[in-house]
Structures are given as structure tokens and as C-alpha cells.
Design a protein. Structure first.
Length: 416
């Protein structure tokens, strides 16, 4: 059961079975149970089963009970002395920390992938949810999702435990991780794009609703929401209590961004998700993570479009477009991307008032200065001062004008 119908070995087996001159004897090797694995290890190491039970459990998870992979894994642990003969104890011993941190072999991962299609729908759906989060995710987030319509009919908890038992995922330090990146990649890529986008959208909307659950409609509309104003619903489970609202909103926003603006129907929803990106972008900038901040600002711009600077987006002084473009320009300055600074500030200068665009002028001039274009900085700075009402001569004053100014100053000073 390790090869599919199109595999060369399978085709050869079919030819052998159909051959009149070849007698074929097929030996079925089912996966070992945990008990079988422990018994085998106990017999080989000449130890009681109770001593090797935990070791057998780990080997079973890392190999999915496949005896050939188990033998290969045990031999590798003997070669690198993870399992060694202790002279003091006069028996085989092992370094437990090293064994627990063992990674699943590529062959085992391929074996697991080849059997995915035979698993129950609830298990496959759980795997898809986990794959949408990437290689690993916080256990508390999954506990939140367990109460949503995203979870399979039997809930996530039991399916996750089954996946742990068969070695597909592991739970360490509150993180649920795939045992091999190939498994996550295959699960994520095997279902259709539209289904993937829909799952990302459902997860993002549910988690985002958890963050904003107790905010008023006025607060939700504001672009000045602080993260200390956000809190999850009063009825917290053990999982919810350890998730910060900052993390939860960024996770929700990541899922919405993975769904993409083309999947979202209706401009109001696109505007809402652009606000989420603005909020997370500001928070990333506050902790000096300017690369991530730029990513979220640009994602927000994707949702509203490059050319959308309409009046309905600028109400009560809360400028969605302005906030995203100015944030993107500032983050581009911090990451030394001068071309992006000029790109984003050009939109602000074109559509925002002069007073509102002053911070963007400063961002642009700092960017130009950092690239060594000092004459251009001076020129733009002088023009900016003139627009602010400062009188700056077009050319330096001559000796006559200088002497006249000095005499005028002298006469005024002599009267005191």
C-alpha cells in the first residue's frame, strides 16, 4: 500500500501476477501496533516491556508503525549513540531529550502522504485546517476553532489526538506541529484553490469576530483602536486565556490575506479587512518590525486598490487610504526601500491636503538624504518652507543688501 497505481513497481507487480510462468506469493505486512513495537524493542534490547514502553511509543509515532522504517530508525539511533550500552547500568540506555526531538524521515512522510486518501473525511478536514495555519499553530487557537462551524462534526480535539497517535502531528510546548513539512505542503496543495480560500476566509472571520466581540460599532469603525481596548469574550476557555488579542488579530488577518481580495465580495468587507491590516501594520511598526509592517500595509492597499481615494473612505478625520499609504511609506523608509517611499508618498501628495501630507514630505526627504542626494533634499526643503509661508530669497543677498541690513540693525540696537 506504499505505491499508487501509476507507480512502475505496481505495474511490474501486475505483469508478474498475470504471467503464467511466474508464481507470485504476496506477504502482507500490516503496521505494528504500539504494543507490538514495544515488544519488538524489548526483545532486541533484552529489557522488560515496561522500560521500553515510552521509547516504543515514540518510535511508533515517528514511523507510523511501519516495521521497515522502525528498524531503520532504531539502527540510526544505535549508530549515533542515541541508544547506547551503559556500563554502569549494564543495559541499553537512551537520551530521552534527543529521542523526543527526532524529526520524521522523508520516507515516512511520503508513506503517510500516500495513505491520505483512505482517511475519514473528518480527519482530512482537520488536517486541512492545520495546514492552513502553516507548519505549526498555537493549541489555544485550535481550541477556539473547536467551537466554530469551521471544525468537523466531531470536533477538532479528538481528530487532533488521533493524528498525534499515528505520528502525523505532535504537540510540544503548546504548539501543534506537523512532524514533517512535506505532509503540510501536500495536504495544503492537494485541495482546490477555491476550497482553500474559503477555509482561510472562514477561519479569519471567526477569529477576527472573537477579537472585536465586545467592541461597540463606533469603536469597530474607528481606525484608532488600541490593542488594549480589544479583549476576547468573557467566557474564556483554558485555550483562550493564553492568546493575546494582538496575536489573534494578526492570525485572523493572515488568513483573510491568504484568501485574497479577489475572493472577497463587496467593497464594505474589503474596507473592513483593509482596516485589520492597518491595525496590525501599526502594531508591527510599534515593535520595530518594519518588514512585517510593510507587508500588512501593502496587503491593506491590495484590498482597497491602488487608485481608491474616494470621499467615502475619508470620514471624521479617519483616513483609511491615507493611513495605509503613509504607513507603507514610513515602513519602506525604515527598510531602506527608497523606490517604494517615492511610490507611496506620490499618492499622498496627489490626493491629500498639504497640511496632512507634511509628515510624508519628511519621510520622502529622509529617504532622499539616505541615498546621498543632498542637493535634491535642500531644494525640496526650501520649497517646503516657502509653501509654509517662510520668505526665502530666490538668490543670496549681495554686499549692498547685507550692509543695509546691518545698519538698520545697528540703529535699532543703539536706541536701547
Amino acid at each position: 500500500n506504499e505505491v499508487c497505481d501509476g507507480h512502475p513497481l505496481y505495474a511490474q507487480l501486475v505483469r508478474l501476477r498475470n504471467s503464467a510462468s511466474v508464481n507470485v506469493t504476496e506477504i502482507c505486512l500490516p503496521a505494528f501496533s504500539k504494543g507490538d513495537m514495544s515488544d519488538m524493542i524489548a526483545a532486541e534490547l533484552r529489557l522488560p516491556t515496561r522500560i521500553v514502553a515510552e521509547l516504543g511509543d515514540v518510535v511508533h509515532r515517528k514511523t507510523s508503525g511501519h516495521i521497515l522504517f522502525a528498524v531503520e530508525l532504531l539502527n540510526s539511533m544505535l549508530r549515533d549513540s542515541t541508544i547506547h550500552f551503559g556500563l554502569n547500568s549494564r543495559r541499553y540506555c537512551w537520551r530521552w531529550e534527543t529521542i523526543c526531538s527526532l524529526k520524521t524521515d522523508d520516507n515516512v512522510a511520503s508513506f503517510i502522504i500516500s495513505n491520505l486518501s483512505t482517511w475519514p473525511p473528518e480527519t482530512l478536514h482537520t488536517l486541512r485546517i492545520l495546514a492552513c495555519f502553516g507548519f505549526h499553530t498555537d493549541q489555544g487557537v485550535l481550541e477556539l476553532l473547536d467551537a466554530s462551524c469551521v471544525a468537523p462534526s466531531g470536533g477538532l480535539k479528538s481528530c487532533i489526538q488521533n493524528l498525534v497517535n499515528i505520528g502525523v502531528i505532535e504537540i510540544v510546548g503548546g504548539l501543534v506541529s506537523f512532524t514533517h513539512d512535506l505532509i503540510q505542503q501536500n495536504v495544503y496543495e492537494e485541495f482546490e484553490l477555491h476550497q482553500r480560500q474559503n477555509l482561510h476566509y472562514d477561519i479569519g472571520v471567526f477569529l477576527g469576530a472573537k477579537v472585536f466581540a465586545n467592541l461597540t460599532s463606533t469603536e469597530t469603525e474607528s481606525l484608532e483602536i488600541r490593542f488594549d481596548q480589544m479583549y476576547i469574550s468573557e467566557s474564556k476557555s483554558a485555550g483562550e486565556s493564553v492568546i493575546s488579542e494582538r496575536s489573534l488579530l494578526s492570525i485572523a488577518t493572515d488568513h483573510i490575506n491568504s484568501a485574497g481580495p479577489d475572493f472577497i465580495v463587496g467593497q464594505p468587507q474589503k474596507e473592513l479587512f483593509a482596516k485589520w491590516n492597518l491595525l496590525v501594520g501599526k502594531e508591527m511598526a510599534n515593535i520595530s518590525n518594519f518588514g512585517s509592517a510593510l507587508h500588512y500595509y501593502e496587503e491593506g492597499i491590495r484590498f482597497i486598490g491602488d487608485g481608491v481615494w474616494l470621499d467615502e473612505y475619508i470620514t471624521n478625520g479617519k483616513k483609511l487610504c491615507f493611513g495605509l499609504y503613509e504607513g507603507a511609506a514610513a515602513a519602506s523608509l525604515a527598510t531602506r526601500k527608497g523606490d517604494l517611499v517615492e511610490y507611496y508618498t506620490s499618492f499622498i501628495f496627489q490626493h491629500a491636503s498639504f497640511e496632512n501630507s507634511l509628515p510624508s514630505w519628511i519621510i520622502l526627504m529622509l529617504s532622499i538624504e539616505s541615498s546621498g542626494r543632498y542637493n535634491e533634499v535642500l531644494e525640496k526643503g526650501i520649497n517646503l518652507f516657502r509653501r509654509l509661508g517662510f520668505v526665502i530669497p530666490l538668490s543670496p543677498p549681495g554686499p549692498t543688501e547685507i550692509m543695509a541690513s546691518l545698519l538698520s540693525t545697528s540703529k535699532i540696537a543703539s536706541s536701547f
